[in-house]
Design a protein around this ligand. Sequence first.
Ligand code: BGC
Length: 789
Amino acid sequence: MILPLLLLMGIALIPASAQTVPTPNPQLASKEVNARVEALLKKMTLEEKVGQLVQYSAGYATGPGASNLHYDDLVSKGQLGSMLNVVGAEATNHYQHIAVEKSRLHIPIIFGQDVIHGHRTTFPVPLALAASWDPAAIELVARTGAVEARADGLAWVFSPMVDIARDPRWGRIVESAGEDPYLGSVLARAWVKGYQQGDLSKPDSVAVSVKHFAAYGAAIAGRDYNAVDMGEITLRQVYLEPYRAAVEAGAATVMSSFNSINGIPATANRFLLTQILRKEWGFDGFVVSDWGAVAELKNHSIGDGPTVARKALEAGVDMDMEGNLYSTTIAEQVQAGKIPESVVDEAARRVLRVKFALGLFDHPYTEAGPAYDATPERRAVARKVAEETLVLLKNDAVEGVGTLLPISQSIAKAKKVALIGPMADNQQEMLGAWAVTGDPKYAVTLKAALTERLGDRLLYAEGCELLSGEDANVLKRVSFGGPVIADQHLPIPDDAKSIAEAVETAKKADVAIVALGEPTNWLEGEAGSRAHLGFTGAQQKLLEAVVATGKPVILVVLAGRPLELKWAAEHVPAILEAWSPGVEAGHAVANVLFGDVNPSGKLPSSFPRAVGQEPLYYAQLPTGRPAHGDLSHMPSNAAEKFVSRYVDEENSALFPFGWGLSYTRFSYAAPTISRAEVPVQEILASRKAPVTTVGVDVRNTGSVAGTEVVQLYIRNTAASVEQPVRELKGFARVTLAPGESKHVEFSLGFDELHFYNAEMQRTVEPTTYKIWVGGSSLASAETELKIIE
Ligand code: BGC
């Protein structure tokens, strides 16, 4: 089932307009499902209805402190509708038998889990997957995860995370698709399709939970769980777009977020959860809170326990994840007349709808099946996907050697290669931040993969640890649920000694591959915000020492966020961004380093020159005093000073959004447009139909085959509300043989051209759009589209 899907992965053309799936889930709205729900609801007591709104973790904790209750008892009384972190046929069947055989109305439990980048088979982290710009690959990852999750008794995954992330200080950027609403929306649809297959009742479909609703990624200063404050236009046009895409693709559930937004916590936010989600988007599924988010409303100072539970429920949070407040306060408040029973009915109705649509009433149990851990077929898929996610950031020629990548045949066959760094041989680190069920013992490190190729011509030195004695405070803060991690590192590593050993190793080799990053489990993901974006521990010192040997250096960066790479970009000739590549990490990276695979990944997130530039993203709004633009109204000396810029750093990204090199080169002809003028009424009248097509010839001018991600950007130059200086509105992966040229077309219509006006309506107005096509957000091949009265 998986391998045939691989064939889909080479899709060349993705017309921008073909991405939209506008209808909410018809299964949840179906007469049959709703008739069964209503019949059951009539039989339920108030306590049983509330029970459907309660979720506990009976396994490990994926948040602070799991409840420790008599789950068997709660389930048998119909007081527990859902569980998370209970994994495997045996464990889930245990509770399911109690629910179905012992509870009064035999209502099955829905088991959920964080299946984020694969389940048993660990794929690259979501930010890496976004760097593939390949919806078919993401669909495949979701499909594989769904099959493995279902075999483990899980019918519900807490994925995809579609929060726009424009600030890499925020550790959860690793779970996102990066900074862009268009890319994020295309990929959100792919995730939902892969998990749900457009049919929840299939035995290997799982319900998704689109999270975290909403705008969690815009936490002020990049600090996790922090407040969010933004205008409604940005909220709708940028941050809500991927959630809308996921809901339109049929997402069965949504998870509310921890943050407040414009002063109202998202988990008690009627505007988000009822007005936008249900009334505007027609969402028929249910909303689950994030872990403990209902109880945490007390810390947002909007009331005591019963009050916040009522506010959350009435705002539209149907299920309380590990909050323990719905279970203890809702029924009482209904009996006291403080909450209408119809509110509880509606929430229970939404939960039951999803359970019926999934077929849980008809097939509640999971057959104990084969272990899916790391089968060769799945590893092959994981490797192929990982290869697509790797981004070649830099590959400058070195005097007398040429470009270092791909590693030349002479080096590969005859010479010695030094592999240095704490990321070179660490299985756990290859899996990434959210590999809950992935087993590190299956992960292939770079050292293992390079040894397969080079044997004893590979020289290895760890160089330093990921965190060193200098990080004592960091080490204390990241300890979670066990001994303080700092204690495990005693005695404090002797960085000077290990760096000196690494330098000696480099000196013996003809080329040095240095693999650096940051600890994925400790410093990335949830509660992994950082104020500094450099390599952790003594890694920067290690890099500088190896570069100082004068040996040619290739830097491989393994991290789930854009790190600050300014020094490296100035001093290291070749840099490969490898993220956290998953179970087949070493093979995927080695295949690209040695040129068996030509890299094709493109950045989904801008890489800063300095952390002070954050939040840094390409689709910025214009300013009256641009650093590069028309300043003819100013005297020239003033134009030097009074502009929107940093006095001590460039404005631009070190590596911009959409950036990624190849071992070949691509050239772009001037783009053409099928209609350069379109009446505004035509676009407004035919909302779904494309009105014009931009075409471009792309040629492979190098000597090896390669895949280019062709990107289309627009700028609306005269709208009633100011628009970003560039916005991505189409992309296509195109594979070209040496010398080959292909014509790529992008359709444009209302979906691509619209914006939100001051009345919060999506609209198109008479204007001129500048349009660029190219291989990154710096694309320069240009055309124009006029929208006339
Ligand atoms: C995270 C969610 C996750 C949930 C359940 C929370 O702490 O924010 O992303 O789905 O835990 O594990």
